[in-house]
Design a protein around this ligand. Sequence first.
Ligand SMILES: C[S@@+](CC[C@H](N)C(=O)[O-])C[C@H]1O[C@@H](n2cnc3c(N)ncnc32)[C@H](O)[C@@H]1O
Length: 305
Amino acid sequence: MNKPHTPVLLEEFLNFFKDLKIKVFVDGTLGAGGHSLALLENHPEIEVLVCFDQDRHAIEIAKKRLKPFEEKIMVFEENYCEMHSQLKKHNLPKVDGILLDIGVSSMQLDQAERGFSFSKDGPLDMRMDQSCELTAAEIVNTWSEKELGEIFKEYGDVAKWRLAAKKIVEEREKKKFVTTKDLVNLLSPFLRKSSKKSIHPLTLVFQALRIAVNNELKVLGYSLPKMVPYLKAGGRLAVISFHSGEDRIVKNSFKSMCQKKSQIDGTSIKPIAQLLTKKPLGPSDEECKINPRARSAKMRVIEKV
Ligand SMILES: C[S@@+](CC[C@H](N)C(=O)[O-])C[C@H]1O[C@@H](n2cnc3c(N)ncnc32)[C@H](O)[C@@H]1O
């Protein structure tokens, strides 16, 4: 097995929870269990840690790492958009904290056969939940040029989004895309890194496809308001995101929950939460040096009132 995923913004995350006595916590994106493990080690008072991940492989790894705490953990192989229904179904009490560390894990990127990385040859798959039908191959082989352009622009901030979409549609008339290499070979002559420090445009193309395959933005926007009612007063929700579109959803959703809302009759509804991060927290230079995958991370935190 490759090295498990290195948890991002770990110190910052732990700091937001260090003064809380935690009985029940939910990790919505378990991954390799790095954040969960550190939380359990720092909070021996935790009675239940409820974990979600839609990737079976990640769950297998995390379960092994969290073995010393197996009596405290409940693991669901599920999308975190089911969090509210699972907490209700299992009659779990209100929780002291929730973490979403969204996006892809190093294990997913490192497994060539999952197709998440442009630097590894594998099938154009990119499904976190492998029981879902939509794959990256399906998208590049069947979506219209307009739809492809939109996802490259919206989900990847790909500068040459129009060109990338056009080239894909021209190429598939000759031959269907099957592997990551098929896509890389087609696009790499047109999409070059602009500077040593910039993110490779193919990383952005792959990110856009992954977000589309896993419907990541819609799931995030739908789920945030549904999970907050399950927090106790004083409980906290921390979200770590890696893409401007995701961060915008978190920012706007948190803003709406933390605002007083005026009603037509002149009365107002109190906010349900308060913002603990006026600006999102990012990684230190030191963390970026040790773990370059942390470079675009942003964390926002709210507290239920
Ligand atoms: C960045 S990793 C989390 C890493 C983890 N915090 C750690 O320290 O090891 C993201 C994980 O969330 C999972 N994931 C992403 N979106 C999800 C969703 N909507 N529902 C459930 N799991 C999701 C991915 O499968 C991946 O394993």
